[in-house]
Design a binder for this molecule. Structure first.
Ligand SMILES: *Cc1c(COP(=O)(O)O)cnc(C)c1O
Length: 483
């Protein structure tokens, strides 16, 4: 087959750059308008059946004008997102994002950098972020770390490094079974489900994860932890990993990190901290002392996309022992040959520290966020969300129709409307709140009671949003018990 110049298709770049440029500016303006006017929109609205149906189209074979596709985005996608940019969003633990993070994402996409490795400044940006994380968390400068999708993936990496540390390099070639060991891990009943999921994915099985009870403040009971480790050891298991949580997803409880670190040390176990949203409270001087012990962790998993307000996704794993981390993942491959200089220099590369070879430039939006806002301001935002949670707690205490269901440790408040058949009524209130577009808390269950759970993460949320949540809860609750 010969290639004639006529068969060469146009590239995917525009023929007419000025028109693309104009359209690009319009798209940017639309998104800036969206963020500027976010308060005037409902938090969330259900997707109309017609919009959902119309959206389903066969594979487009022919081109469509960019402006037309963007119109579809504006009319069919943008209005029906989950709404976590909105100040009334208080469900789960979702970050609010920022315009600065959005602009940095655009720059990263334009550069189209692949951060698997090679000698390039984008990799240096990620290394700079790692050094800042080490400084913030009180880790040695030679610790290693990596951007990943989120805390779930960061947890998988931590479990795999800990598994390698206890079983040795052989586990990578011969698997776990060849070791003849039955590894066990420990976390509290308040821990996030990703820890069990990653035990499964690491081949250890969820049964090998012991769920340690919590005290009345929902913090891990370290006496029970130590007893469970001893019992496992006595019955021939190999305890290897403890995951404490700094900011549980249900109530915002912080496990006693120093006490857990002491247990880990006494028994020679890996000490991991799930700091998904809570670890970045190190940015807030008023809260940081409550995370004492974090600096003793062997690994920390956390997200810049929650309290750090960096746009999704921006998880991070920090590992104290660089060599152990490298030895868990590094794999020689002819096509990934390293050189001392040239483009294939700068080894080791990020791909030597995790499962991903191709990796996006997540570091840039986090780096921009820290540079533009500064760590103090980000810390103030975090502290403010905790103050709002205390304000909400106070409002609940002053409102006889409402009942607080858990202590308020950080930024999460669990409460409910008092009434008969409270589980059903409160579940209905949560759905009605979300559908009202005023506020969007989520549901959880505490000691068998269904709770309205407000997690205040967004930098845009203020006292007025808390008042609106209280008002709407009372109105909807009263209406539900009458109907
Ligand atoms: C959000 C969260 C996770 C999971 O993190 P992802 O970034 O969603 O993967 C784990 N643990 C806690 C405490 C969380 O809040």
């Amino acid at each position: 087959m010969t290639i004639s110049p006529d068969t060469q298709p146009d590239t995917l770049d525009p023929e007419d750059w000025p028109t693309l440029r104009e359209q690009g500016h319009r798209m940017l303006d639309d998104m800036l308008d969206y963020l500027e006017q976010i308060r005037s929109r409902p938090v969330w609205q259900p997707i109309p059946d017609a919009v959902r149906a119309e959206f389903r189209q066969p594979l487009p074979q022919q081109p469509t004008d960019l402006a037309t596709v963007h119109e579809t985005f504006m009319s069919s996608i943008l209005p029906y997102a989950v709404g976590n940019t909105h100040p009334g969003f208080m469900g789960w633990v979702h970050g609010g994002g920022t315009p600065v993070g959005m602009l940095a994402e655009m720059l990263a996409a334009g550069l189209n950098a692949n951060l698997g490795g090679r000698d390039q400044m984008p990799v240096e940006v990620e290394r700079q972020m790692l050094r800042w994380v080490c400084e913030l968390f009180g880790f040695p400068d030679d610790a290693s770390g990596l951007f990943v999708t989120g805390t779930s993936m960061a947890t998988l990496i931590a479990v795999l490094v800990a598994r390698h540390a206890v079983l040795g390099a052989e586990v990578r070639t011969r698997g776990i079974a060849a070791s003849g060991k039955r590894l066990t891990a420990y976390t509290s009943v308040g821990a996030h489900g990703c820890i069990a999921k990653m035990m499964d994915m690491a081949g250890l099985g969820t049964d090998a994860l012991r769920m340690i009870p919590v005290n009345s403040r929902y913090e891990m009971d370290t006496t029970a932890l130590e007893q469970t480790i001893a019992a496992d050891r006595a019955s021939g298991h190999t305890p290897f990993f403890i995951a404490a949580t700094a900011g549980t997803v249900n109530t915002g409880a912080i496990d006693p990190l120093n006490a857990v670190a002491d247990v880990a040390k006494r028994h020679g176990l890996w000490f991991h901290v799930d700091g998904a949203y809570g670890a970045l409270a190190m940015l807030a001087p008023e809260i940081a002392p409550r995370l004492a012990g974090l600096e003793r962790a062997d690994s920390v998993a956390f997200d810049f996309h929650k309290w750090g307000q960096v746009p999704y996704d921006a998880g991070f794993v920090l590992i104290r022992d660089r060599k152990q981390h490298f030895d868990t993942f590094a794999s020689p491959a002819a096509y990934l040959r390293r050189e001392t200089h040239g483009m294939a220099g700068g080894s080791p590369w990020p791909c030597d520290f995790g499962p991903d070879l191709s990796r996006g430039f997540r570091a840039l939006k986090a780096w921009f966020t820290l540079q533009v806002y500064g760590s103090e301001k980000l810390g103030q935002i975090i502290a403010h969300t905790c103050e709002l949670a205390q304000y909400l707690r106070l409002r609940i205490a002053q409102t006889p129709e409402l009942e607080l269901l858990a202590p308020v440790s950080l930024n999460i408040v669990c409460f409910r409307f008092r009434c008969n058949d409270a589980d059903r009524v409160n579940a209905a209130i949560i759905v009605a709140l979300q559908e009202s577009g005023i506020a969007a808390p989520s549901a959880t269950t505490l000691d068998g009671k269904l709770a309205i759970r407000a997690a205040i993460v967004n930098h845009r949320t203020n006292k007025g949003d808390i008042d609106a949540l209280i008002r709407a809860t009372l109105e909807l609750g009263t209406a539900k018990i009458r109907s």
